[in-house]
Design a protein around this ligand. Sequence first.
Ligand SMILES: Cc1ncc(COP(=O)(O)O)c(C=O)c1O
Length: 378
Amino acid sequence: MGKESIINYSDPANVLFAAATGETYGLDEPRWRSDRGALLSLRHTGRWAPKDLPRRPATLWRYREALPLRHDENIVSLGEGFTPLLRLQRKNRSVWIKQEQLFPTGSYKDRGATVLISKVKELGIRQVVQDSSGNAGCAVAAYCARAGIACDIYVPEKTSPAKLTQIRSHGARLHLVPGDREQTATAALEAAQTSYYASHCWNPFFLHGTKTFAYEVWEQLGGRAPDTLVLPVGNGTLLLGASIGFSELLDWGYVQRLPRLVGVQAVHCAPLAQAFAGGGQPVLVGKKETLAEGIAIAAPVRGGEILAAVRASGGWFITVTEEEISSTWRSLAAQGFYVEPTAAAGIAGLDRYLAGATPQECIVAAFTGHGLKSPGDH
Ligand SMILES: Cc1ncc(COP(=O)(O)O)c(C=O)c1O
């Protein structure tokens, strides 16, 4: 691997762009939204070649050509990625489960954090602010510690204590915000007026880290896409990343079609499932507390994009009750898998999906977070 990216940064094909307003910016601009406040996406011409992969280390940086960082020396890594894809029996059939709880900080958020914080380092930024339901905060705090970047993390005050300890241990300044996840986001946005906002929801570099989920699944399935992906969805950073990754594989001719994307939400907080059923855009819904704290997002920033990606893939949403989350969590623990309740919510959705799945369908789901993040008898 050379010291420079293969992406040509002066080529206008490599840009940050706001689909809503048509504004475009270079990949080296330190921004997380457009001047007019619109969400940014990232387009690039990088592409890895399958023949090069086998001799590369088993981390997500094996896909370096498609990770939009200019210089290798700015990579901030904890050796993340290439999580095992395990065969598991659910509902009397075999499915694939990606072991995303085995990341350095215990969740797949490390995929996004390694790319985003590497970019932050490359931009010369010395301080960031971020808000999270917990796991993205843990990941950003860890990668900032690795890079020597100061960070302020905002979380709802009721976040699982183990996640709070994890964030503090990495030396981040932790801000506990009274109220729900939306009040936390408001507090972080306020702080982001004077600091760089390393938001996993707003910042497109994060999604170009989570997209490696798709690349790895493709490689681990022997160079093909699954028929269906079933994933828990809050702000959609894993689902959107998977959608970007498989879309790139389609553009490059490595797959012939996209997998169906099925999003799982908790009945107690299901703005996307409701909007999908109603055929519209997400609206702020009333929410009740849920065991699945990672997906308790009443107002997903990229809600419109998530709905569009799910619709374009021919997928849909499934909602799961607190009882289903709890019984699924217990059934997984009884099989030796200690995952956090949000991850169990995704598997509860998988179980529901399997009731109507076709016999030959290749289905991939994920254990998105480690049980030690919220220990207890759920
Ligand atoms: C364990 C776990 N699973 C799933 C999710 C959902 O992720 P997203 O908000 O990116 O959809 C989260 C989010 O924090 C999480 O912590």
